[in-house]
Write a protein that binds this ligand. Structure first.
Ligand SMILES: [Zn+2]
Length: 179
């Protein structure tokens, strides 16, 4: 009677240890496939069709590089395919995102003609490429408030919440999204 009880206790311990081992195996697999926390993702951008706004795009990208750690925007090497393409046109500036960190920015001249700051426009549209939505209407301190802050707003810096959102998005994104 006493031996049977002990045997039962040993069996229970074995059953309990099974799922724990499985759980650890799953956790290790997840950690291997996800981007390690703090790893910087490099996204390339192409200003060869950005016309007179190429330098504004470089400055907008530099603002993001100064503001966040999880992602870095770099000019693409000539002849390579970029994650982000910037194309000048006559309309209102707008973004056509692809997967996270990719797509096309149409750098429309209309907003510039109405007095909006070119570096703020560039940083705002790159914010869309990084996965941020518009937050309109909003104050000048918000980058994603865009044109709603008025043409006198020349701030191209993402605010703390916008920076945190990007850090979180890119730290959590699986590596496969960026290949
Ligand atoms: Zn926008």
């Amino acid at each position: 009677m006493r031996i049977r009880t002990l045997t039962g206790a040993v069996a229970a311990v074995l059953v309990l240890s099974g799922p724990v081992v499985d759980g650890q195996a799953v956790a290790v697999k997840t950690a291997d496939t996800a981007a390690p926390a703090g790893d910087t993702r490099v996204l390339t951008y192409d200003t060869s069709r950005a016309g007179e706004f190429a330098s504004a795009v470089d400055r907008g990208a530099a603002v993001w590089n100064d503001s966040v750690d999880a992602v870095e925007l770099r000019p693409v090497k000539a002849g390579d395919s970029a994650d982000i393409r910037i194309v000048v046109d006559a309309g209102w500036p707008r973004s056509v995102p692809g997967s996270l960190g990719g797509g096309t920015v149409y750098f429309g001249r209309q907003a510039v003609a109405e007095g909006h700051d070119t570096v703020r426009i560039a940083a705002h549209e790159l914010g869309h490429m990084l996965g941020l939505p518009d937050r309109k209407p909003g104050p000048c301190s918000s980058l994603m408030s865009g044109a709603s802050a008025g043409p006198s707003c020349t701030s191209a810096r993402p605010n703390a919440a916008e920076r945190a959102e990007i850090e979180q998005k890119f730290e959590q994104a699986p590596a496969g999204l960026f290949t």
